[in-house]
Write a protein that binds this ligand. Structure first.
Ligand code: ATP
Length: 236
């Protein structure tokens, strides 16, 4: 479904991605783990076209998207829930969801809204609340809900569990599983919480300073001594 081949991305003179290859198959949950600053967020952002890859190629459903503007990439069926949530704090929950549906097919709004409210009943209860006054977990739900409103076929999630209490983390991962199973949504997720994320994922990748160093099924990576030592020991 998504093919990232030999992608290099720069911030000025800094090379953040140094030739990255990643494949995502339709229907999968794929997790990308790696230390702070490895380039994980940069990869998700490069897939969305901001910043653009300076070298390499990204194809989505067989068509090249490497040099397309972000709005066009979203229109083709990729949506991102960015790190730090980035909801619109002064807008209501409902208005945030409306913003997410801008690129969706006309007439789909009510149906998608019902779906999002079904996944996150809390958002329905708080529909008219200013988004910036919601709790961290609620804002994360809103960020994911807003991404879903554009009716993506590929959902990119940047650290959905960041800063959330264990019980809320569990709920968020449960919903990701549900979206994948029931809506057949393909998910590519960046996570610091390697244990939970790899348990949930069909496959995973490990990134170290701008390069993919390892890949395998979630179970293989969880069992790998190097992965355990670098990303799992201590926490679990
Ligand atoms: P984290 O887990 O801490 O979010 P990450 O793996 O997502 O890290 P990135 O945010 O992609 O890593 O950063 C990769 C590298 O690119 C880092 O060295 C970072 O300092 C640099 N970088 C990221 N954004 C910018 C920017 N806007 N300008 C300059 N350098 C940047």
């Amino acid at each position: 479904m998504l093919k990232v081949s030999g992608v290099h991305t720069y911030y000025g003179a800094i090379e953040a991605l140094k030739g990255v290859d990643v494949d995502i198959n339709e229907g999968e949950i794929v997790t990308l783990i790696g230390a702070n600053g490895a380039g994980k967020s940069t990869l998700l952002m490069t897939i969305c076209g901001t910043p653009q890859a300076r070298q390499g190629r990204i194809t989505f459903e067989g068509e090249e998207i490497t040099k397309l503007p972000t709005y066009e990439i979203v229109r083709r069926g990729i949506a991102q829930s960015p790190e730090g949530r980035r909801i619109f704090p002064r807008m209501s929950v409902l208005e945030n969801l409306q913003m997410g549906s801008i690129t969706a097919q006309p007439g789909s709004f009510e149906r998608e809204l019902e779906r999002v409210f079904h996944l996150f009943p809390r958002l329905k209860e708080r529909m008219h609340q200013r988004a910036g006054t919601m709790s961290g977990g609620e804002q994360q739900m809103l960020a994911i809900g807003r991404a879903l409103m554009s009716q993506p076929r590929l959902l990119l999630l940047d650290e959905p569990s960041l800063g959330l209490a264990p019980l809320v983390v569990k709920q968020i991962f449960q919903v990701i599983k549900e979206i994948n199973r029931e809506q057949k949504m393909t998910v590519f997720m960046v996570e610091q919480n390697a244990f939970h994320a790899l348990k949930l994922a069909h496959r995973g990748y490990v990134m170290v300073t701008g390069r993919i160093t390892m890949s395998g099924t979630g179970a293989q990576l969880l069992a790998d001594p190097e992965v355990r030592a670098a990303y799992l020991e201590g926490g679990h």
